[in-house]
Write a protein of this length. Structure first.
Length: 304
């Protein structure tokens, strides 16, 4: 089944009609949530889901720097995601930049099949795994899960983000039930236990390869401790069907440990200063938005 099957058909003339992308602002839920460090906690799980797609896994295997520079790759990815939400008009430019950057990327798998990074199905899958991540992160690591209204708002904003990233309109699910039908079908019938997914899981707990040799003994205990927690969160936030495909076990005890870690994170995060809760781009954007609002109030109240 293709990614678009099961979704409402659009008239041919409207199928690729693209609305002008609208940047996000302080009135969006994305603005509140996507810049939190806790929103990135489910990031490894999402990366696993993405590279389980045969096309994405092949391109990442052949062309990505995730082996030689995992921290740099992660930093660049998070900076790009932050730009999508907090960059204003720069978000639109970032969407175009990503399309141009991925346009020449293609690779051949072990069976001789060529995969292109910009093919509609994998490009949409990379984006649409984000909604799964938002719902899952809120369930485990937020003070409270998303309610129905918040879930609908986040879904609508992910459609908006898909247009910023130039995901073909026909690939965007029309509703939340359509999304979950699509997601479950992709996990069941398209994703594979790709070697890159196993390699990423195996890297957790190891010292990053680009850490200088004299520092590696000091960094090793931190990497090991972080790796244990990271692996727990990564495996626990995967859907059960993806864990099964990868041959990963998940017990009731594991689930209790994940929920306990999530409670600690969810309860402590709101107590932290904004500068500590939010990633740098998000923090600066929120500061700038408040300054703009103060300026607008001052202008509105000026003597005339």
């Amino acid at each position: 089944m293709t990614v678009a099957e099961g979704m409402p058909a659009s008239p041919p003339g409207e199928r690729e009609r693209r609305e002008e992308p609208v940047p996000f602002g302080p009135d969006s839920l994305m603005w509140e949530q996507m810049g939190l460090y806790t929103s990135a906690i489910a990031g490894n799980g999402v990366f696993i889901l993405q590279v389980m797609h045969p096309a994405i896994g092949t391109v990442v295997d052949r062309l990505s720097s995730f082996r030689t520079d995992p921290l740099g790759r992660a930093a660049r990815s998070f900076a790009s995601v932050q730009t999508w939400v907090y960059g204003g008009r720069t978000a639109i430019e970032e969407g175009r930049r990503l399309r141009e950057m991925h346009k020449p990327l293609s690779a051949v798998d072990e069976e001789g099949r060529r995969h292109h990074a910009l093919s509609a199905e994998p490009w949409a899958w990379v984006h649409l795994t984000g909604f799964y991540a938002a719902v899952t992160a809120a369930r485990y690591f937020a003070p409270a899960p998303l309610n129905k209204e918040e879930e609908q708002r986040i879904f609508d904003e992910f459609l908006q983000l898909g247009r910023i990233l130039q995901v073909p309109e026909r690939m965007l699910p029309a509703s939340i039930p359509d999304y979950w039908d699509y997601f479950d079908d992709m996990v069941a019938n398209t994703l594979v236990p790709h070697k890159v997914a196993h390699e990423v899981l195996g890297q957790m707990g190891r010292v990053p390869p680009n850490v200088p040799k004299p520092l590696r003994p000091a960094v090793a205990p931190l990497s090991m401790a972080g790796g244990r927690l990271g692996r727990l969160i990564t495996i626990g936030t995967l859907p059960a069907a993806a864990r099964e495909k990868l041959g990963l076990t998940w017990t009731a005890s594991d689930e209790r440990r994940l929920r306990l870690a999530g409670q600690v994170i969810g309860r402590s995060t709101p107590l932290l200063p904004e500068r500590v809760r939010y990633m740098p781009i998000a923090y600066r954007a929120r500061q700038a938005a408040r300054a703009q609002q103060r300026l607008e109030r001052a202008l509105a109240q000026r003597p005339m």
